[in-house]
Design a protein around this ligand. Structure first.
Ligand SMILES: C[S@@+](CC[C@H](N)C(=O)[O-])C[C@H]1O[C@@H](n2cnc3c(N)ncnc32)[C@H](O)[C@@H]1O
Length: 281
């Protein structure tokens, strides 16, 4: 459930309105995002970064940085001699991640308020670029990838992570009976090989998609609920009436209890796609 929530009967949102709503949702969750005791965005972003093998001194770009799940992995890898430019559409994400970078003493990180779809950064000035769970938010993903290619040097690497399912993962099925079909916008075009096709269409070479099964653990329904409301899925909760919210929560409680391990946690595994491309020489 990766898209921007829409009201029933509404057509596709104009790009500017879509961006405004995305920024609004991520502004709302910026404080709790990736911060409710559930390891999810950070391990995935770290895995994405590792697949691009950043080296000390390199210049890296993190598009749609959120709270820096990939930014700080990149900063670790490129070290003090390198540079990480992180951009996001959400003012509060940018403010919080800027504060985190300062608190962690990472002068090589700069965080900018910017639309990743139309970045205004100097061309051919980065060695690698990542976008973890961002591409499906962009109204024109191939155009964005093309813009990112222009920011990279020849031989530069791009890496994007995406869900392999456009719906139904991570308990998303529980929402389905309560939502209109159009609420699931944004997933279209992110099926099996579509992401590799997009990266190729943007002019990258040696494009490949790799997969990893990432496990997420929930200690209780309260933790799942807090987690579910701490990222883009918050937009889906906002479409539900209060009684329907209670129903989804109760169904989640029963599902989590029915799948609980002996250690008291419930584990859900999602297959994540990592798509990598190289700027031709
Ligand atoms: C699911 S979060 C991923 C954040 C981070 N990459 C991570 O892995 O935790 C998506 C992020 O992309 C940002 N975003 C969405 N559309 C964007 C755009 N057009 N330009 C820049 N950032 C965008 C959101 O504000 C949000 O912070």
């Amino acid at each position: 459930m990766t898209g921007v929530a829409r009201q029933p009967g509404a057509g596709p949102l104009p790009a500017a309105e879509r961006s405004r709503r995305i920024a609004e949702v991520f502004d709302e969750v910026a404080e709790c995002y990736d911060n409710v005791g559930v390891a999810w965005f950070t391990p995935i972003a770290r895995e994405l970064v590792a697949r691009l093998a950043p080296e000390a001194g390199e210049r890296a770009l993190d598009l749609g940085c959120g709270r820096g799940a990939a930014t700080f992995a990149l900063a670790d890898a490129v070290g003090p001699a390198g540079r990480v430019t992180a951009v996001d559409l959400s003012r509060r994400m940018v403010a919080a991640t800027t504060a985190d970078a300062a608190a962690q003493g990472r002068p090589q990180v700069e965080v900018l308020l910017m639309d990743a779809g139309t970045p205004s950064l100097p061309p051919a000035s980065y060695d690698l670029a990542v976008a973890s769970f961002v591409l499906f938010f962009l109204p024109a993903p191939v155009a964005a990838l093309r813009a990112w290619r222009r920011l990279l040097v020849p031989g530069g690497r791009v890496g994007v992570s995406t869900f392999t399912r456009t719906r139904g993962g991570l308990l998303d099925d529980l929402f389905l009976p309560y939502l209109p079909e159009p609420a699931f916008g944004g997933g279209a075009g992110f099926g099996s090989d579509d992401v590799a096709r997009m990266v190729t269409a943007a002019g990258f070479g040696q494009v490949r998609s790799e997969h990893a099964d990432i496990e997420v653990r929930f200690g209780s329904v309260d933790q799942w609920y807090a987690w579910s409301r701490s990222h883009g899925q918050r937009a889906i909760w906002q479409l539900l009436s209060e009684p329907d919210r209670r129903r989804v929560r109760a169904e989640a409680a029963s599902w989590l209890a029915g799948h609980r391990h002996r250690d008291g946690t419930t584990r859900v595994t999602e297959r994540i796609r990592f798509t990598i491309g190289i700027v031709p020489p």
